[in-house]
Design a binder for this molecule. Structure first.
Ligand code: SF4
Length: 684
């Protein structure tokens, strides 16, 4: 049939955090194609194989179409009325037997802003607990904590578009060519147009082939590397004394610490040659408009928050942040479509929508005035604490919304034990995921192409998500499901539509007060902070002052501390996990369609020297063992990884990759140390 304008629905990609604008071509009630929008504010006519082609899952025969409830140990089909009644009864029983704090929920980037807002409101005002967390706990929680400590707000400092005026790009712990391909292409384009490029990553990732200097630190040694770079900036007078005097604090303490990090000593810790450290520091230090972009290679460490803060030292030392016009500042590449938004909306145990602390009486009073219900004062549990509480019998009901915790969380065997110990586990899902298999009630829900709302991308832009097709069977949106459970408990959550929810959120926090669906429909993308309907959102933060209590940027003097695990005789290799270009997280969507043909299984990348030592060749099945578990993968031999290191993704849960990873986690935020696990290999 011929395409007409009415066949196209404009929406925002539901995979990575770039936030590409997509035009979905719909015939009947089926997606016929997904096209990148030529006028998309971030993607400008481009998209990658995930957003463009990974929609085959919509019509998969494995989609859940009816609720499932557990009876005599087996999941069986049920009506919505029966399933919701079971959830409501289970929540009532949990509160009765253990109090409100015996209930917890894990939300995620799979949910829109409005859904995240609603579920945190449900936990806080209907159940009476702050036990709400989201998947940022597993990725960029250290960014939120670190950037807030350094600058005052939990987001990147500048709009990504400004990278196009940067004359030096420092890309750290990220592989954007595969994980954020549209951003990767724009960074590469900028580098090929004349900006110098420094890549800091243990692997020879795509951008590293075009870098002026590639720093390959041993996994877990970032803080030492960043101090080495800062040492050279200070030592060779490449700082901005005026900026540091007027707008920053902590220089004395940092300078004292940096005396211990000359490049030669840093080379010993990191394995990066001292001359390369000097070369990189001089490129960054002498640039007129340097930019820092980083990914999970900075955050997913035992000292991930220190990593973010000590990396943020570099733009502060250079005066390249805060609207000075002398640089781009620093931007975290968010892995998931709406992981920024899930946190912005207050799906966090210690923070309300807009980042007011639950311990702050003023922030609570603002929310209580809008919600008409008291907000609990005590911070709730983080995700790892929820699992520990379940294993100890303290958590009696857990609601998981769109997160396959049994596949993606570390030490997955222990996660499954926690779910099995919890009297009520409710899972909102598209498929019978690893987590859903442990649930008591499984609720079928709509995917990003089947619902309305908004997402926030990695550079703080709110963009619209629009329903292109109807979800299968009786599946509902997460928004509708949360309302149904609240109704069954006799509670009125208000905000009957996603548009009403975003409007209400704007009354809870000035950060989003100027936002509405209508405005985002009109303008396409609106960045936060956006305090009033007649004011533009702030693309560049901190033009007048930083949002810290004293209005200054804070330099960090955190010392380098070793990672949680280091290789030894028994486990001589270091495993780093990450993403591949064709798949997304646990692969539940990208594995069910054409992308499976592009990349059919998880592989273990290893260096030829290690392959020879273990008698492995390209394509050989290999068993990987850590102190926590084992996984079966297929060897891929190449020099992308350094000797002594191996790399794999976690897109195929059957491989068991996250049974290898440990419970070591960032000391500030509990973000798992996915980037350093000591392992050994044997042919399978
Ligand atoms: Fe764009 Fe990321 Fe979606 Fe690819 S996965 S189309 S880069 S938003």
């Amino acid at each position: 049939s011929r395409r007409t304008p009415a066949d196209r629905v404009r929406t925002t990609c539901g995979y990575c955090g770039v936030g590409c604008t997509l035009d979905v071509v719909v015939r009947g009630d089926r997606v016929a194609a997904v096209l990148p929008a030529g006028d998309g504010p971030v993607n400008r006519g481009h998209a990658c194989v995930k957003g463009r082609f990974a929609y085959g899952y919509l019509g998969s025969a494995e989609r859940l179409t009816e609720p499932l409830v557990r009876e005599n140990g087996t999941l069986r089909n049920a009506s919505w009325a029966e399933a919701i009644a079971l959830v409501a009864d289970g929540l009532r029983a949990a509160v009765q037997n253990g109090g409100p704090d015996a209930v917890a929920a894990i939300s995620s980037a799979r949910a829109s802003n409005e859904e995240n807002y609603l579920v945190q409101k449900f936990l806080r005002t209907v159940i009476g607990t702050n036990n709400i967390d989201n998947c940022s706990r597993l990725c960029h929680a250290p960014s939120a904590a670190g950037l807030t400590a350094s600058f005052g707000r939990a987001g990147g400092t500048d709009p990504f578009d400004d990278v196009e005026t940067a004359d030096c790009l420092l890309v750290v712990g990220a592989n954007p060519v595969e994980a954020h391909p549209v951003v990767g292409a724009r960074l590469l384009q900028r580098a090929l147009s004349g900006a110098s490029l420094i890549v800091a990553d243990p692997r020879a990732v795509g951008l590293a082939h075009h870098a002026d200097v590639h720093l390959r630190p041993r996994p877990g040694t970032n803080v030492a590397l960043f101090h080495g770079l800062a040492h050279v900036l200070v030592d060779e007078g490449m700082t901005d004394p005026g900026f540091l005097h007027e707008r920053a604090t902590g220089l004395g303490e940092l300078t004292d610490l940096l005396a211990d990090y000359p490049p030669e000593r840093v080379a010993g810790i990191t394995g990066v040659p001292a001359d390369d450290i000097r070369k990189a520091a001089r490129l960054y230090g002498r640039a007129e408009r340097p930019a820092v972009v980083y990914g999970l290679g900075v955050t997913e460490h035992l000292h991930g928050t220190d990593g973010v803060r000590t990396l943020a030292n570099l733009p502060i030392l250079r005066g390249a942040v805060g609207g000075t016009g002398r640089g781009f500042g620093i931007s975290p590449l968010r892995g998931q479509n709406n992981v920024q938004g899930a946190s912005d909306m207050g799906a966090l145990p210690d923070l309300l929508p807009g980042y007011g602390r639950v311990t702050d009486p003023e922030a609570r009073a603002r929310a209580e005035a809008v919600w008409g219900r008291p907000v609990p004062e005590r911070p709730g549990m983080r995700i790892p604490e929820m699992f520990a509480a379940a294993r100890q019998g303290r958590l009696r009901a857990l609601w998981v919304i769109g997160e396959d915790v049994c596949a993606t969380d570390p030490d997955s065997r222990r996660v499954a034990e926690a779910l099995d110990a919890c009297p009520l586990v409710v899972v909102n899902e598209l498929f019978l995921s690893e987590t859903a298999r442990h649930a008591d009630v499984v609720l079928p829900v709509a995917s990003w192409l089947e619902k309305d709302g908004t997402f926030v991308n990695f550079d703080r832009r709110f963009q619209r998500v629009r329903k292109a097709v109807t979800p299968p069977g009786t599946a509902l949106s997460d928004f509708e499901v949360v309302h149904a459970v609240a109704d069954a408990l006799g509670a009125d959550l208000g905000c009957p539509t996603p548009a009403a929810a975003l409007a209400e959120c704007g009354r809870v926090t000035p950060l989003f007060a100027g936002l509405s669906h209508e405005r985002i429909d009109r303008e396409g993308a609106v960045p936060w902070p956006c305090p009033a309907p007649d004011r533009p959102g702030e693309r560049t933060l901190y033009r007048t002052e930083f949002a810290t209590p004293d209005g200054r940027a804070h330099l960090s003097a955190a010392p380098y501390l070793p990672p949680g695990e280091e290789p030894d005789e028994e486990y001589p290799l270091v495993l780093v996990t990450g993403r591949r270009w064709a798949h997304y997280n646990s692969g539940s969507m990208t594995r069910r369609g054409g992308n499976l043909l592009l990349d059919a299984h998880d592989r273990l990348d290893l260096h030829p020297e290690d392959a020879a030592r273990h008698g492995l060749r390209d394509g050989t099945p290999v068993t990987v063992e850590s102190r926590h578990g084992q996984a079966r993968l297929v060897a891929r031999v190449g020099t992308q990884v350094a000797p002594g290191q191996v790399f794999c993704a976690f897109h195929f849960p059957a491989s068991g990759v996250n049974s290898l990873t440990s419970e070591h986690a960032d000391t500030v935020t509990s973000c798992p140390e996915y980037k350093v696990t000591a392992v050994r290999l044997r042919p399978a």
